[in-house]
Design a protein around this ligand. Structure first.
Ligand code: NAP
Length: 277
């Protein structure tokens, strides 16, 4: 497990579309249930980050925080991590007003002015959630069409504390010298008008990048770094399988990732069985 054990689910709130939970379930609770369930069947957990992998020959070798581990088969389920805007001062202010996780950091901005960037389900979810804390929440999106599902968009639109700013891009976030966020510079891309707006909490919710760095040059990846599937859960390397968002750029739901994990486990088991293990 990497630096975000439980992945995106562990930093989300209500999960409404995982079957078996008619009232919905909190993301961290779902992760904890899964962890305990796998443990009951003998799964062992090792916390650390994969920094390098050697998949040239078997056993495969994986460097976890400086220690090499061997495996006869490998399931890569390293997910995808938050994408940033790339603003000049964004990285300097992470943890000082800039965040990618509303559930982690929202409470720091009680009665403050909060801004959320993005037009997908994550942005809608974060904007809604942050109205619990902020005096106002402004959702900024670069287009006037939304990628978000209808239900999530409607929920945000009908929330009186969420204001929408569309066709608007962020040019920078201030104030790195004060070491906390005080405001942003925005641009209306239709009129070309620039202006500054005071902000206390700045939440970026613009999607994710797949965590495949240790596998570059070994696993076949697409142009954005997602694993290219060779059918089922198979990668280009026999014995190495994929599961979840590290390969899936279309569905990216907890339930599709869980299904993919099941496929990968079955394929890994059959692969080992065929070798007589
Ligand atoms: P997403 O659907 O890929 O949406 C990303 C949004 O960020 C898009 O609106 C995109 O704008 C915008 N964006 C990307 N790069 C940008 C940039 N450089 N500057 C400004 N805006 C930028 O990602 P997501 O919202 O994280 O959702 C990912 C998946 O998780 C989806 O399948 C979603 O359904 C799922 N999800 C589900 C739930 C739930 O059911 N509770 C909650 C969260 C997420 P454009 O539209 O212009 O490209």
């Amino acid at each position: 497990m990497g630096h975000e054990p439980g992945g995106q689910l562990s930093i989300t709130t209500e999960v409404e579309n995982f079957p078996g939970f008619p009232e919905g379930i909190q993301g961290p609770d779902l992760v904890e249930n899964m962890r305990k369930q796998a443990e009951r069947f003998g799964a062992e957990y090792l916390y650390g980050s994969v920094v390098e992998a050697d998949l040239c020959k078997r056993p495969f070798r994986v460097d976890i925080d400086g220690d090499w581990h061997e495996a006869r088969t490998l399931i890569v389920a390293s997910g995808a991590s938050a994408r940033w805007l790339g603003l000049p001062n964004e990285q300097k202010l992470i943890g000082h007003g800039v965040s990618s996780c509303a559930t982690c950091d929202g409470a720091f901005y009680r009665d403050g002015k909060i801004m959320v960037i993005g037009g997908g389900d994550s942005a809608m979810e974060e904007a809604n959630f942050l109205t619990r804390f902020g005096s106002e929440v402004t959702l900024v999106h670069r287009r006037d069409q939304f990628r978000a599902s209808k239900i999530m968009l409607e929920r945000a639109r009908s929330n009186p504390k969420v204001k929408f700013l569309v066709n608007t891009i962020v040019q920078d976030v201030y104030d790195a010298e004060k070491n906390h966020v005080t405001g942003v510079r925005l641009r209306d891309i239709v009129t070309g008008k620039d202006w500054d707006q005071a902000v206390d909490g700045f939440f970026v919710a613009i999607g994710h990048v797949p965590n495949t760095k240790p596998f570059v040059g070994q696993l076949d990846l697409d142009e954005d770094g997602y694993i290219l599937s060779k059918g089922g859960a198979r990668t280009n390397i026999p014995g190495v399988f994929h599961a979840g968002d590290v390969q899936d750029r279309t569905y990216r739901q907890a339930i599709t990732a869980a299904g993919a994990g099941c496929m990968a486990a079955i394929e890994a088991e059959r692969f080992l069985e065929a070798e007589g293990h």
